[in-house]
Write a protein that binds this ligand. Structure first.
Ligand SMILES: Cc1cc2nc3c(=O)[nH]c(=O)nc-3n(C[C@H](O)[C@H](O)[C@H](O)COP(=O)(O)O)c2cc1C
Length: 320
């Protein structure tokens, strides 16, 4: 998620779940290919499985960007056909490409020719006054024809005229039934649903209902432990539950290495604010991180102290 997630966030999330597939924020093909911004591909080997999401609309340029991504070690290259921001519209990519399924198919085909790893698509159900009932199956038929075997559908339209990117994540109504119907029409296509999913129970219900996968965005960011700590056991049937406390302990060497290489603590802790969301002491955890993690001298001790304060408070509350 642009401006929210980054490699530190993915490292944190990977500690909580070994099996969930993590995605980068959208990286544009012009930035990689024309701008040479290869640092945007930096990631930690621990992050796997991890997909690189690309934004673009030029088949040759996307193919080159995909090649760079695969060479950098990403397990999957995903094409963004869902982002509604103005900046992206002006570059003619993101959700506006729902109006050009033939071009998207060309992009997918070119990317597939360029790499051995899987090429996938994330899309909306339509944009503006398009009728999703007709547009979405047409769109899926095009990408399937180009060899795409896996798609994630954000189950709401993007209204490109009139809504901000933020409003476009909440205001257009969700249509999960349409996504289920697409699975009926495209039984060989691996279909994941996205949009408004806030718990593993809800995710499991989609899987039980016949969908192949579930993508969780904002809830995984704001309450990562609720979504990720039980995901391996409950969704993948493999591995043990993890805890937020263990995750903090496992982050400490990563924090040390980041600071030793000249980084700031708050570049990492900004992703850890919600780690104890909904639990006793969550507020003191958040407060101690926001007050203490930004100074140039801040190091792992900030996390150790915040955890300690949180646990002391939680114990005291239990005793009352
Ligand atoms: C701050 C922010 C940045 C986002 N950036 C991206 C992005 O780079 N690529 C993408 O496919 N979706 C992006 N999204 C959309 C989410 O991936 C997701 O489709 C949307 O939030 C709905 O799912 P959710 O209700 O689980 O969050 C972003 C969402 C937010 C809140």
């Amino acid at each position: 998620m642009m401006d929210w997630t980054d490699r530190h966030c993915r490292y944190l999330h990977r500690l909580m779940s070994k099996h969930t597939l993590l995605y980068t924020e959208m990286v544009t093909s012009p930035a990689l290919v024309r701008g040479g911004a290869l640092h945007l591909l930096d990631h930690n080997p621990q992050e796997h499985p991890v997909a690189l999401q690309l934004g673009g609309s030029d088949p040759a340029e996307l193919a080159e960007a995909a090649r760079l991504g695969a060479q950098a070690g990403y397990d999957e290259i995903n094409l963004n056909v869902g982002c509604p921001s103005d900046r992206v519209q002006s570059g003619s990519f993101g959700a506006v490409l729902m109006e050009q399924p033939a071009l998207v198919a060309k992009c997918v085909a070119a990317m597939r020719r360029a790499v051995d790893v899987e090429v996938t698509v994330k899309c909306r159900i339509g944009v503006d006054d398009q009728d999703p009932e007709t547009v979405l199956p047409e769109f899926l038929a095009h990408i399937v024809g180009a060899g795409c075997e896996r798609v994630t559908i954000h189950a709401r339209k993007a209204w490109l005229k009139g809504l901000s990117p933020k409003e476009n994540r909440d205001i257009p109504p969700l249509d999960y039934d349409l996504v289920h119907r697409m699975k009926g029409l495209f039984s060989n296509l691996h279909i994941s649903v996205n949009g408004g999913i806030t718990s593993l129970d809800q995710a499991q219900a989609f899987l039980d209902g016949g969908l192949d996968g579930v993508m969780i965005g904002r809830s995984a960011y704001h309450s990562p432990a609720d979504i990720l700590c039980q995901a391996d056991r409950r969704i993948y049937g493999q591995g043990e539950d993890t805890t937020a406390e263990d995750t903090v302990a496992q982050m400490l060497p990563y924090v040390d290495a980041h600071i030793a290489s000249g980084g700031r603590l708050n570049q990492i802790t900004r992703h850890m604010m919600g780690l104890f969301a909904g639990r006793p002491g969550a507020r003191i955890w958040r407060r101690m991180l926001s007050e203490n993690a930004s100074g140039p001298q801040a190091d792992r001790q900030v996390l150790v102290d915040a955890l300690d304060a949180m646990q002391t408070l939680a114990e005291a509350q239990k005793a009352v």
